[in-house]
Write a protein that binds this ligand. Structure first.
Ligand code: UDP
Length: 335
């Protein structure tokens, strides 16, 4: 039996692939490489290049492999881009997932783990925020994911599907063994941006908003190490193997750090100072987004290993340096 990982060449997906391989699982990756890199999984899994909504590809995969479950990461994830181009997000996320689920069910695959997001909560009034908080996404990205959650709920209600939707808070860090990490160009996420500034890939960075109602005036987020996140997926898979049910869980540590605290950690651990520009609040940003993680701790007996800002930042920095060397090597290879 094999696990199909869509988006398995991307940031979170590639960490998932390594975790599954480490556990001795057979893994098939489906990725169209629009943002991912095949080298992130180093030829260790069966790799198929293609789109998740292509019925011929799903048929090819299911004819060649006995797929027991799908872990579905593929999709578009940049919030400002979703505002500028909502059709792309409803097509690549909502419509493509519907097609994927339809084709998988027809092929007899009825277990799914889905990448959802804390963006569903919009600007939550409570911190921490629990799964039953009313959902109010602020971007087409968030809405495209909310629509998927609703579709999955309705399909599961017929008995055809068993799924776990995991709502990610702020994912960061990299594989402690440095086999993969966040490698997408044009990063916008805080820890990645700060690590790029610390390693000289960008001249400095901006702080978006210093007048929030928080201790230091900058916004608080629940940063979760990507390795802990993918472990939660593996636990969800093991749960579905035993119990055919469907549920949705927050994936975060339950405590937050400010933008200044993150930048201080990056400067301290890298030993490099870099210029900071104090800017306006970013449209749609919330003062604090922190997970209530009671449900995942109980339901999956999730035991995070890396719930420490310094560890997350250190692994992100290690990966940034690795990536710089890798890119330099590639350039030398060309010249
Ligand atoms: N942020 C910042 N400078 C940056 C990137 C992000 O000040 O270059 C802030 C952003 O305004 C938010 C926090 O860092 O308060 C986390 O933003 P990120 O984009 O990483 O994740 P989000 O919570 O928006 O999904």
């Amino acid at each position: 039996m094999a696990i199909l990982v869509t988006g398995g060449a991307g940031y979170i997906g590639s960490h998932m692939v390594w975790t599954l391989l480490d556990a001795g699982e057979d893994v098939v990756v489906l990725d169209n490489l629009c943002t991912g890199h095949e080298w992130a999984i180093a030829g260790q899994a069966h790799f198929v290049r293609g789109d998740i909504d292509d019925p011929a590809i799903i048929e090819r995969i299911t004819n060649a492999h006995d797929i027991e479950a799908v872990i579905h990461f593929a999709g578009s994830v940049v919030v400002p881009e979703s505002v500028a181009d909502p059709i792309k997000y409803y097509r690549n996320n909502t419509c493509a997932t519907l097609a994927l689920v339809d084709h998988c069910l027809k092929a007899g695959i009825n277990r799914l783990i889905f990448s959802s997001t804390a963006a569903l909560y919009g600007a939550p009034e409570e911190a921490p925020v629990a799964e039953d908080t009313p959902l109010a996404p602020l971007s087409p990205y968030g809405t495209s994911k909310l629509m998927i959650e609703q579709m999955l709920r309705d399909i599961a209600a017929t008995g055809a599907l068993h799924y776990v939707a995991l709502r990610y808070f702020n994912v960061a860090g990299a594989d402690p063994h440095q086999r993969t990490g966040q490698s997408t160009d044009g990063a916008t996420h805080l820890i990645k941006v700060a690590c790029e500034a610390a390693t000289g890939k960008r001249p400095g960075m901006s702080v978006f908003g210093t007048d929030y109602d928080t201790a230091d005036g900058t916004a608080l987020r629940d940063y979760i190490h990507v390795s802990d996140l993918v472990n939660a997926h593996y636990l969800a898979l093991q749960h579905l193997r035993i119990k055919p049910e469907s549920f949705t869980l927050n994936c975060g540590y339950g405590h937050g750090y400010s933008v200044y605290e993150v930048i201080d950690a990056v400067k301290r651990l890298s030993g490099n100072d870099f210029p900071i520009q104090l800017g306006q609040r970013r449209v749609g940003d919330s003062p604090r987004v922190i997970a209530d993680n009671t449900a995942i701790l109980e339901k999956l007996d999730w035991q995070p290993q890396y719930a420490d800002l310094d560890l997350i930042v250190q692994h992100a920095l290690d990966w940034e340096k690795h990536l710089a060397q890798r890119n330099m090597g590639a350039q030398e290879g060309v010249s």
